[in-house]
Design a protein around this ligand. Structure first.
Ligand SMILES: [Zn+2]
Ligand SMILES: [Zn+2]
Length: 134
């Protein structure tokens, strides 16, 4: 187990997540890009029982019938995403206190990636949802 801590920009919402066995990847989908304002988003997917909010309370937005995104209502940082089936919690790697604790191992939704975003890292690419998410 390797519990990592993280939180939003203003510090109101803090969380902890266990990175052991986590799936870490980029998502280049249009929804992730628009909901964060970033060129791409790196996610760390952990089991729901391996994640906890330890201070503050996150606001939520259902970005699709299946997915709910949680963010700080004060500063707007997107912190995590849950799915209706409760399979995993996706944590935004950019909000971890140690931004080098984990590293993406694949690119999801590469078909939505803007052509100007070039990440020549040799990692596997999936044009939509990665195989391991289905
Ligand atoms: Zn905040
Ligand atoms: Zn996405």
């Amino acid at each position: 187990m390797a519990w990592l801590s993280g939180g939003c920009l203003c510090g109101r919402v803090r969380y902890e997540a266990d990175s052991y066995g986590a799936i870490v990847d980029y998502c280049h989908c249009d929804t992730c890009r628009r909901s964060t304002g970033g060129a791409t988003v790196a996610w760390m997917q952990v089991r729901p029982d391996r994640f906890r909010v330890v201070s503050g309370e996150a606001a939520t937005h259902a970005s699709s019938p299946e997915m709910v995104r949680s963010f700080c209502g004060a500063c707007g940082s997107q912190l995590f995403m849950t799915d209706a089936k409760g399979r995993s919690v996706g944590v935004t790697v950019g909000t971890l206190d140690d931004k080098t604790a984990v590293a993406p191992a694949a690119h999801g939704w590469d078909g939505d990636r803007p052509s100007w975003l070039c990440l020549a890292d040799g990692l596997p690419r999936f044009s939509a949802d990665p195989d391991y998410d289905n």
